[in-house]
Design a protein around this ligand. Structure first.
Ligand code: NAP
Length: 335
């Protein structure tokens, strides 16, 4: 029996999670939702079957000539789990619908941690989500930090982490918002919320973060410094990163001089240039005066997709962490 998955919110994250679910042999997409009858709704209707996220919008889809199979409530009747990919904070408003329908739910990083029983990142705390009904997959930046720090935590005694996020201002499709010429401290009052978010999946890590938005849409960039007691072998860290499929090493030597070059590579590598892996610059990994330095880039539109698939497996106890990650990696081409 395949787990039946509804996607509430067929946007940037929703369409990618839907495609990833449809590549698995132990789960299937039973429908997706939109509120607006636009081109993405038409694509969702053709690919997965479309339902109205807001019940009184059914007529708007019909008027636009887009086939709509019912409302979110009709969709939830067919589902075992809903992956809520609605805009930040809307997921919490949707939660009573899921409770009423008696389905499990995954929320995204735009929601507050308390929307779910547990926050989730595969390498950090897969086991915490086993059997749960409400899980939140942490945000793109937090997923990027949590993966790297989970690996380092298993190798060394981490004393303190300092990380600065240089954030892409908006996603490529968001033509209504943006920062054209400037650097925006976000938040101005430091530290940023990212550290607290990392602690939802790695509670023992002592971390402080700052964040700034810059006028680019391609990727976020993280500058990370980790204070570590004792000696650190840069070669060991590089070897461990090489072994972990969800980390991809890039080298300036090979021409990867910026996020623009990483995305140029990804354009050839995968559909929608989705980079599910942390993009870590090999030469940036350096140990100096008790601190390990790492610079990485994060493709914000794609990075949480494998974690959503692993979260479904954990919640239905379909596989342990290793087995789930291996299967997700294989089906999504993460090597
Ligand atoms: P998005 O591209 O704006 O997509 C949101 C989708 O939700 C749209 O399809 C929208 O449909 C739909 N929607 C609007 N109101 C809804 C409602 N009341 N109920 C159900 N669906 C509704 O947003 P996104 O970037 O995918 O973000 C989704 C979540 O993932 C957020 O929590 C965000 O913080 C998180 N996240 C985003 C990124 C990223 O970089 N994009 C990375 C990691 C996590 P209409 O267009 O028809 O209104």
């Amino acid at each position: 029996m395949k787990v039946k998955v509804a996607i509430n919110g067929y946007g940037t994250i929703g369409k990618r999670v839907a495609d990833a679910v449809s590549l698995q042999d132990d789960m299937e997409v039973v429908g997706v939702t939109k509120t607006k009858p636009d081109f993405e709704a038409r694509m969702g209707a053709e690919k997965y079957g479309l339902y109205a996220a807001i019940p009184d919008r059914v007529k708007a889809f019909e008027d636009a000539g887009i086939e709509v199979k019912g409302t979110i409530e009709d969709l939830l009747e067919k589902a075992d789990i809903v992956v809520d990919c609605s805009p930040g904070k809307v997921g919490a408003e949707n939660k009573p619908l899921y409770e009423k329908a008696g389905v499990k739910a995954i929320f995204q990083g735009g929601e507050k941690a308390h929307v779910a029983e547990v926050s989730f990142s595969s390498l950090a705390n897969y086991d915490d989500a086993v059997g749960k009904s409400f899980v939140r997959v942490v945000s793109c930046n937090t997923t990027g930090l949590a993966r790297v720090l989970s690996i380092l935590r298993d190798m060394y005694e981490l004393r303190k982490v300092r990380a600065t996020m240089i954030r892409r201002v908006v996603d490529p499709k968001e033509d209504k918002k943006g920062l054209v010429n400037g650097i925006m401290p976000d938040p101005v009052k430091l530290p940023s919320h990212h550290a607290e978010d990392v602690k939802t999946v790695l509670p023992d890590v002592n971390i402080v973060t700052t964040a700034f938005k810059v006028p680019t849409t391609l990727m976020h960039l993280h500058s990370i410094a980790v204070e570590i007691d004792g000696n650190v072998s840069v070669d060991d860290v590089i070897s461990r990163f090489e072994e972990e499929p969800r980390i991809m090493l890039f080298s300036k030597e090979e021409g990867f001089t910026s996020t623009a070059k990483i995305i140029e590579f990804a354009r050839e590598y995968r559909l929608r240039y989705d980079l599910f892996e942390n993009a870590v610059w090999r030469e940036s990994i350096n140990f100096h005066d008790g601190e390990l330095y790492i610079t990485q880039a994060i493709h914000q539109e794609a990075i949480v997709v494998p974690e959503n698939i692993d979260a479904i497996r954990a919640m239905f106890e379909l596989a342990d962490r290793q087995e789930s990650m291996k299967k997700t990696n294989r089906t999504l081409g993460i090597v």
